[in-house]
Design a protein around this ligand. Structure first.
Ligand SMILES: O=C(CO)COP(=O)(O)O
Length: 131
């Protein structure tokens, strides 16, 4: 599966903790991330991650483009709901494309916990059955 990992600044520690806890599962997949998030995860876990631009510089849009071309299977995006983001339109566009293409998206640690366990249990086979 191709998995995108994204976290706003105040959620980056959560992302590091999450990816550290689930390194064994994540390393079986192809990982992508926005720039700074990917750097933090790589430093903490050693996971191999393809990094896009930082979010404010277009990283969310690059991940959105991968969704539009059916190259992304799930998105783990720890959003900060309490801080205004300069690139809010890009964030909305990314989430909109998840809905357009039925790509599973979680935006907090609680959802990610369920999603990652479901992934490891094989619940994502429906993606490869889709036309
Ligand atoms: O801003 C982001 C997502 O909207 C994340 O970007 P960084 O991972 O580069 O901080």
């Amino acid at each position: 599966m191709n998995i995108a990992l994204i976290a706003h600044d105040k959620k980056k520690d959560d992302m590091v903790n999450f990816t550290t806890a689930y390194t064994a599962i994540l390393k079986k997949h192809t990982l992508y991330a926005t720039g700074t998030t990917g750097k933090r995860i790589n430093e903490a876990t050693g996971l191999d991650i393809q990094r896009f631009e930082s979010g404010p510089l277009g990283g969310d849009q690059q991940i959105g483009a991968k969704i539009a071309t059916n190259e992304m299977d799930l998105i783990i995006f720890f959003r900060d709901p309490l801080t205004a983001q300069p690139h809010e339109p890009d964030i909305s566009a990314l989430m909109r494309l998840c809905d357009v293409y039925q790509i599973p998206l979680v935006t907090n640690v609680g959802g990610a916990e369920v999603l990652i366990r479901a992934l490891d249990a094989g619940f994502f086979e429906w993606r490869s059955l889709q036309g």
